[in-house]
Design a protein around this ligand. Structure first.
Ligand SMILES: [Zn+2]
Length: 234
């Protein structure tokens, strides 16, 4: 099957090449790739500034923002053939540190975590990939191709969760959101703010470009749906 691979930390080594089908040891769920997002991290990896190959290998399959269709759900998942899915990027460190031990591997304390397409595990830029049932998320079919934005949206959802956790230490009824930077993450954050019923402002130094129309559309917008009770809004 075809895959986009590179030699991490070596610029100019990225290529589309034939590699072996995914090994059963990489997970019991078999997925065919529909789309893979490209973000700044991918650009850095391609430029040789970041990234690590799996142990014992020199090349890494790139790609961590995935969208695929289940070909074989395997024996241990609730998925069905044809389901849309996205793969979880990070895996807990093997020690594990106190945070990884309780499933909070985003907050890994010892840096020994691994990440698909970034750090020591092959990514999703291959025609087919396998994944463990506990590290794959079912995507609503109605999202279609937009499901490829699920992974970057989880980054923003995590930020909202942490903001809310800090704010709720005392009475808190925020009305206004300021997002600095109208890149993909900033705009996804602004969408979350509108969805939460806040008055959203998006600030960016650029005046032109693809993000700016979306920035103007999102700024000052309030969702007209009923507000979540004060103190419980993300
Ligand atoms: Zn850890």
């Amino acid at each position: 099957m075809k895959a986009i691979t590179l030699e991490p930390q070596e610029p100019g080594t990225t290529r589309l090449e034939d590699i072996a089908e995914p090994d059963a040891s990489s997970g019991s769920v078999l997925v065919e790739s529909i789309a893979v997002g490209v973000c700044g991290t991918d650009v850095e990896i391609v430029e040789g500034k970041y990234g690590w190959a799996p142990p014992g290998k020199t090349r890494l399959v790139l790609g961590h923002e995935s969208l695929g269709r289940v070909v074989d759900p395997g024996p241990n998942s609730s998925l069905k053939e044809g389901d849309l899915v996205a793969g979880i990027v990070r895996r807990p460190d093997p020690v594990p540190c106190p945070n990884c031990a309780v499933g909070e591997w985003d907050m890994c304390r010892n840096g020994q975590y691994t990440e698909r397409g970034i750090k020591e595990i092959d990514g999703f830029m291959s025609e087919r990939w396998r994944v463990e049932p506990e590290y794959v998320v079912k995507v609503d079919q109605s999202l279609g191709l937009l499901g490829v934005l699920l992974e970057p949206t989880t980054v923003v959802a995590k930020a909202w969760e942490q903001i809310a956790a800090i704010g709720r230490r005392t009475f808190w009824d925020p009305q206004t959101v300021l997002v600095i930077g109208a890149g993909p993450i900033g705009l996804l954050g602004a969408l979350g703010g509108v969805q939460a019923g806040a008055e959203v402002h998006v600030l960016d130094r650029a005046e032109t470009g693809p993000g700016q129309a979306a920035r103007r559309d999102l700024s000052h917008r309030r969702d007209r749906r009923p507000r979540v009770p004060a103190g419980h809004r993300a």
